[in-house]
Design a protein. Structure first.
Length: 350
């Protein structure tokens, strides 16, 4: 049962303690439960900025881009008949050619079972966005399509091409026009302008670029793609991510049948279409969210989980890669926060 009054002190104390122990310079947790919100920030923006982060602080969302920009854009395209889940992606991206690639469908890419490898250093091989696309299109499959679940950034980049082809528009302007502006999500955007930089948590002292990144995408492959891709590149605040999550809970904008299809667990792995789902072996969702929950994580130290059964969204943002990505302490924090939120809200959380 929901608690009659909510005592968020255990969540705040835990986040204070892990930040004090060096898991990240700072972090923001934000919760929406039946429309009621709780937001708490702790720590600092970075080693050279002692500002305490809060709900309006902007973070590099890293792979949350996949579920806040790319997946909703594809949901729109499917809902409007511009893309079909079980059509070969070659129909939309003819340059994606090679052995067995005619078998790869949009659905397989969303479920990370396309056979594409997880990653390649495009930023070391390409000099432009189009060259990066060409490298992805010509990367050989590493498995027969539909037989193995391998989380693939290359698959998300291929989907970026498909949705851009479907709309004749780059993904940043597409999601700004169709999603973020109608929902008044001002902080959710690619390529944040320089006047915003003081509100943005810095990320890594990047060896490749030789500087601390602030307001500039951390992901190197996204950087070579002009900072705009479906796999990474989006920035945003906890407040706006809660609004986005509330939109997802309301199942607005796309047809209910499309929403249901995208949030159904797929046969291989622990994923829906685009979305991650809780795992019995343990994941960033913790062990108390409903099995139907959907979410994702980001390399920079971000996560979003949405539990439709409890009308609940949990956002956790950090810059755990500042000043270096060699920081293993953040991993357990996501699951611990999710579990603490559940026990805080519900007396009978198992």
């Amino acid at each position: 049962m929901p608690r009659l009054s909510t005592d968020w002190l255990p969540v705040m104390s835990y986040l204070d303690s892990v930040i004090a122990a060096g898991a990240a310079p700072g972090a923001v947790v934000a919760v929406s439960h039946r429309g009621d919100r709780f937001i708490f920030g702790t720590g600092t923006l970075g080693s050279d900025d002692t500002t305490r982060p809060g709900g309006s602080t902007i973070y590099d969302l890293a792979s949350l881009t996949k579920v806040v920009a790319l997946t909703p854009a594809i949901m729109l395209a499917v809902s409007e008949g511009r893309l079909a889940l079980d059509t070969a992606v070659q129909q939309y991206v003819p340059a994606f050619a090679g052995p067995d690639k005619e078998q790869v469908t949009v659905r397989m890419l969303l479920a990370h079972v396309s056979g594409l490898p997880a990653w390649r250093p495009l930023y070391r091989e390409a000099r432009s966005r189009n060259e990066a696309f060409a490298l992805v299109d010509t990367t050989p499959l590493s498995a027969v399509p539909g037989t193995q679940a391998v989380y693939s950034d290359l698959g998300a980049i291929l989907l970026t091409q498909a949705v851009e082809s479907a709309y004749g528009e780059r993904i940043d302007s597409l999601v700004e026009r169709r999603l973020f502006r109608p929902l008044d999500l001002a902080s959710l955007r690619y390529l944040p302008p320089p006047p915003w930089h003081n509100r943005i948590a810095p990320t890594e002292l990047d060896p490749w670029r030789g500087r601390v990144l602030r307001g500039e995408v951390h992901d190197e492959n996204a950087a070579i793609m002009d900072g705009v891709s479906g796999h990474a590149g989006l920035f945003g605040s906890a407040e706006d991510l809660l609004t986005f999550a509330e939109w997802v809970l309301d199942q607005a904008v796309v047809r209910p049948s499309v929403f249901a299809e995208f949030t159904t667990r797929q046969p291989l792995g622990d994923r829906a279409l685009g979305w991650d789902m809780p795992s019995e072996s343990g994941s960033s969702a913790g062990r108390k969210l409903s099995p139907s929950s959907i979410g994702h994580t980001g390399f920079t130290g971000t996560s979003l989980w949405i539990d439709p059964e409890h009308d609940l969204a949990i956002v956790l943002l950090s810059n755990r890669v500042h000043p270096t990505r060699d920081n293993p302490r953040w991993g357990p924090v996501r699951a611990a926060v999710a579990d603490l939120v559940m026990t805080t809200l519900f007396e009978d959380a198992p």
